[in-house]
Design a protein around this ligand. Structure first.
Ligand code: AMP
Ligand code: GLY
Length: 442
């Protein structure tokens, strides 16, 4: 059992695992809690290194982090990215009596293996695109020929948002199959099969149309609480063109998630998923993110599950969260989410990602970032792929910054962000000019 009898008057140390924009936002929000003393970030980034409230920890394996957290009396750990979750960091911390928010390794398969999550959804009647999984390229090619295009080809395994090809033609689908099954140069971490051996596998699924939204909830093993809704922009270019990325910008709330759609997402997707996992012997704890496809009639299907917060969705969502994040995560790690109602800023928030030259295929590192504004109440620049070195702040990864603002409407938040961006400069910076366009005037 986690240590839970800590007096409220004692300020506690917390650990955020990860180094992206999502983790910068988590650390930023936790640092605002009166219950928090030190915020450690493992490893953090240039933005967290610039801020005296955060202490970097240069450890990465679950075992090393767990031993360190026990020695530092870390009261609460929250995990940002999928990789440590898939590597079993939650199991490791819990085995040593440490309090941590996230899914176990078994539960994280909902994200780490598309074949697992698709089979799970089929078994439990959770709405999703029809599909088949293949390890054999000849069979995959034959399936695609029989189904026709458009069709979607997905690598099974963690691929940092780059393992999905929405093929508008048969030729693109065939190319994707060869690329994923035969070349296997994507860097995909493949899930192991029943025999424990990892083999390249693809999931080929029906092409869905509609509008996407990110639906993220907190689960404590008993209760489920929805976060504010959000919408991400996955394509690199304006008007949703160009290659898929990890996400080029996001805003909250997402008007497409009407109260009716919200109800359906909870009733038809989230609650049956938690129940289905339990029936399969897995208690789900942590954030659960369902990527939704909402059609014109308001029907909702699951595009994917992530077992973590979205990046960049977290940045606008946390700017709107008025509740103390430490209290929320404390309740979520003590099966007490039912005792808490999340409070949200009624304003909208919007974040625009500034990405490195060459992102997403070949991001360049080492460009110096200048003109970063000071954070203020309604504008925060969350760092992701940055590093602090002798030259100041330099790019060190694909998605470099997420410039995030609050406003009375999505439009007002968008204006605030786009007014701030021209001052922030690094060679080759790429960003979309239309983040939030689907929200119209809301
Ligand atoms: P995923 O990582 O599975 O969410 O896929 C990344 C992106 O590919 C999604 O955000 C969608 O834009 C697109 N996508 C995935 N699956 C489908 C599908 N079945 N139909 C249409 N688009 C899809
Ligand atoms: N922004 C999409 C994701 O975090 O998966």
């Amino acid at each position: 059992m986690p240590r839970s009898n800590v007096k409220a008057s004692v300020r506690m140390n917390v650990l955020v695992v990860g180094g992206g924009g999502r983790e910068h936002a988590l650390a930023w929000k936790l640092a605002q809690s009166e219950k928090v003393d030190k915020v450690f970030v493992a490893p953090g980034n240039g933005g967290t290194a610039l801020d005296a409230r955060f202490t970097p920890v240069n450890l990465s394996t679950p075992q090393d982090l767990c031993a360190w957290a026990a020695a530092e009396t870390i009261a609460l750990t929250v995990v940002g990215p999928e990789a440590p979750l898939a590597a079993g960091i939650v199991d490791e911390f819990r085995a040593h009596g440490l309090r941590i928010f996230g899914p176990t390794q078994a539960a994280a398969q909902l994200e780490s293996s598309k074949a697992f999550s698709k089979a799970f959804m089929k078994r439990h009647g959770i709405p999703t695109a029809a599909y088949e999984a293949f390890t054999d390229a000849t069979a995959a090619h034959a399936y695609v020929d029989a189904q026709g295009a458009p069709i979607v080809v997905k690598a099974d395994g963690l691929a940092a948002g780059k393992g999905v090809v929405v093929a508008m033609t048969l030729a693109e689908a065939h190319e994707a199959i060869d690329f994923m099954l035969l070349d296997n140069t994507l860097g995909v971490v493949h899930a192991a099969g029943d025999d424990g051996v990892a083999v390249p596998r693809v999931v080929i699924e029906e092409f869905l149309t509609g509008e996407e939204a990110s639906f993220i909830v907190l689960c404590d093993g008993k209760n489920v609480t929805a976060l504010a809704t959000s919408q991400d922009h996955k394509r690199l270019g304006d008007g949703d063109t160009g290659p898929n990325t990890g996400g080029m910008g996001a805003y909250s709330p997402a008007p497409v998630v009407t109260p009716d759609v919200h109800g359906r997402a909870m009733r038809e997707i989230i609650l049956p998923t938690i129940k289905g996992m339990k029936a399969d012997g897995i208690v789900y704890t942590g954030f659960l993110y369902a990527g939704l496809m909402i059609d014109a009639q308001g029907h909702v299907k699951t595009l994917e599950f992530n077992c973590r917060l979205g990046d960049p969705e977290t940045q606008p969502i946390l700017m709107r969260l008025k509740s103390d994040l430490f209290d929320v995560l404390w309740a979520a790690t003590g099966e007490k989410l039912d005792q808490l109602e999340l409070q949200w800023d009624r304003r909208a928030a919007l974040g625009v990602v500034m990405a490195a030259h060459g992102y997403p295929m070949n991001p360049r590192k080492g460009d110096v970032v200048t003109g970063l504004p000071k954070d203020c109440d309604d504008l925060v620049v969350f760092h992701a792929g940055t590093i602090k070195n002798d030259s100041g702040i330099c790019t060190s990864g694909g998605r470099v910054l997420c410039v995030t603002a609050l406003g009375d409407s999505v439009k007002a938040a968008q204006q605030r962000v786009y007014d701030a961006i021209p001052d922030i400069q690094f060679a080759g910076a790429q960003y979309r000019r239309d983040i939030g366009y689907r929200a119209g005037k809301s």
